[in-house]
Design a protein around this ligand. Structure first.
Ligand code: HEM
Length: 210
């Protein structure tokens, strides 16, 4: 039987994606989450209450209880909706396909505007631009209204891992520190491959007593 695996170039490409997505995308995702929690103290308090309840005493986050952090999960989703690290997706139809009533010839380049969809008032309502993690307590109206990790057969292979990292890191930070935005912070998201805070994210960490 002939060789059916990936050619070496594609293996190298996948490794680069692992390095870039595994570090860069997750770091940016958590940076925006911390900025949003520093800005929205009421959600920071709710998230901390949940973390302290799930991980009472000195318990550290573990795989069995990550699912119990519902509010933290909603906050992470809302951060990924408002500041999805990957703003757009570019695809190419490899063959003639039909999407609904639309005939798409093979070779067509398709641009998928993730950020625009995440901010659509038609999909998310009049408060689409507001930070409101509560919206993730209800099922979504449209399956394709939220896809920070892409959608379909090429969806991000690391999505569960990234959300798990997010929950663990957030739980450990919120248990020990309160967060506030530094007066030097300037809100200026900019797209440079990923959506990043142009002038950095200056956040004041204050150690909680007890
Ligand atoms: C918040 C963090 C992350 C975000 C926002 C993100 C986002 C994405 C997006 C939008 C895609 C393209 C999907 C598509 O083409 O439809 C993708 C693909 C991919 N991601 Fe992630 N990712 C994240 C974390 C990770 C992590 C932690 C890993 C691995 C450790 C990873 C590995 C990959 C790989 C290998 C692909 C290519 C999959 C393929 O082409 O079949 N990602 N990611």
């Amino acid at each position: 039987m002939g060789w059916v695996g990936l050619p070496v170039e594609e293996v190298i490409d996948e490794c680069q994606t692992f390095y870039f997505a595994g570090k860069e995308a997750v770091a940016i995702f958590l940076t925006w989450t911390l900025v949003l929690l520093a800005l929205h103290q009421e959600w920071q308090v709710k998230a901390r209450e949940e973390v302290l309840q799930v991980y009472s005493n000195d318990k550290l986050p573990n795989a069995d209880s990550l699912g119990d952090m519902k509010i933290v999960g909603m906050i992470l989703n809302e951060a990924l909706r408002l500041y999805n690290p990957v703003p757009d997706l570019f695809m190419e139809a490899t063959q003639n396909i039909k999407v609904g009533n639309l005939d798409v010839p093979g070779g067509t380049q398709i641009f998928v505007p993730v950020t625009a969809t995440h901010h659509s008032t038609e999909m998310w309502g009049a408060d689409a631009n507001e930070f409101n993690p509560q919206r993730f307590a209800q099922p979504r109206k449209h399956l394709a209204s939220f896809f920070p990790f892409g959608i379909g057969s090429r969806i991000c292979i690391g999505q569960n891992f990234a959300l798990m990292e997010g929950k663990i890191i957030l739980a450990m930070i919120l248990k020990q520190f309160s967060l506030a935005l530094s007066p030097s912070y300037v809100h200026a998201p900019v797209t440079f491959l990923t959506v990043q805070p142009q002038f950095g994210a200056q956040i004041l960490f204050r150690r909680l007593s007890g």
